[in-house]
Write a protein that binds this ligand. Structure first.
Ligand code: AMP
Length: 283
């Protein structure tokens, strides 16, 4: 049996009407926000939503607000047709496909900020990024009014920002954070992996190798954050193609030490990759 194509919705009002009808009929609505170029990581979120909610909506929107002026907004991969085929095969009910002009009409200047989390690590490297994320996520919550929303541990600091936003602004949305899906060799799946050319794909393994090194030290009983951090930096320094933005061990709610979440951001050529791991868990 072929699954039905998802209903395509392009406006917030359209999505709200659909969601309202579903919730009135007693069905829970799950939302999976994405920027498209869907891969097995996104699919894992969709499957979890389908397990836990009677209805699932997936948004595909490359959000200009969360890209810096010198970042890859223009060249970010866009593959709507293949994405819609994935959503259909997964039995998704609604594909929410807003336009940039519809989301940010002239004069739309309201922004959402999650203080304290947005000025460290990923927030410090990408000024304005988390404001863009928080703003779009609140807009998606207002449009979809979901019972639950699904995010990936791959973007750990984003998950923390969204969790705090959902709580602090009384959204009533339950945030579910799903495990990172990896390639067989350990590379975390990312829409940006398509940028990796030639030797860069091999070099990109230094991220997971650095996490493994810290995890091994942790497994041997090492608890000194400086030593765990040094274990990551030693691996990264051995990869000539890697330029490290940060590699730290922090708390997974505040993104400051002390903690046991190893987080890192590394540029391989022109491609910036991030990854993380809770030390002490298998990798
Ligand atoms: P993106 O399309 O990159 O904005 O990602 C949409 C959602 O998918 C975010 O919540 C990501 O954290 C999540 N995601 C991206 N890559 C992975 C992965 N490898 N494993 C699990 N979730 C992921």
């Amino acid at each position: 049996m072929t699954a039905e194509a998802p209903l395509r919705v392009e406006t917030a009002a359209g999505l709200r009407a659909w969601s309202e009808a579903e919730r009135c009929a007693g069905r829970r609505v799950g939302l999976v926000p994405t920027m498209g170029a869907l891969h097995a990581g996104h699919v894992s979120l969709v499957r979890r939503a389908r397990l836990e909610c009677e209805r699932t909506a997936v948004s595909i929107f490359v959000n200009p607000l969360q890209f810096g002026p010198s970042e890859d907004f223009e060249r970010y991969p866009r593959r709507l047709d293949t994405d819609l085929a994935v959503l259909r095969a997964e039995g998704v009910d609604v594909a929410y496909l807003p336009s940039v002009d519809g989301m940010y009409p002239p004069g739309a200047t309201a922004r959402v900020r999650v203080a304290e989390l947005d000025d460290v690590l990923e927030g410090a490297c990408r000024p304005g990024h988390f404001e863009g994320v928080a703003t779009i996520v609140l807009k998606l919550f207002e449009a979809a009014r979901p019972d639950r929303a699904y995010f990936g541990q791959k973007d750990a600091q984003q998950a923390a920002v969204v969790t705090r936003l959902a709580r602090d602004l009384d959204t009533g949305v339950e945030i579910v954070v799903c495990p990172t899906v990896r390639e067989p060799d350990g590379l975390a799946l990312s829409s940006r992996n398509v940028y990796l050319a030639g030797d860069e794909r091999r070099a990109a393994l230094c991220l997971v190798d650095a996490l493994r090194a810290a995890n091994e030290r942790y497994g041997d009983g090492e608890r000194d954050p400086a030593a765990l951090r040094a274990a990551m930096h030693a691996v990264l320094a051995a990869e000539p193609m890697a330029r490290v933005d940060y590699a730290e061990v922090v708390d997974d709610a505040t993104f400051r030490p002390p903690g046991r979440l190893a987080v890192l951001a590394v540029r391989i050529g022109a491609t910036r990759l991030i990854d993380n791991h809770h030390l002490g868990e298998p990798l």
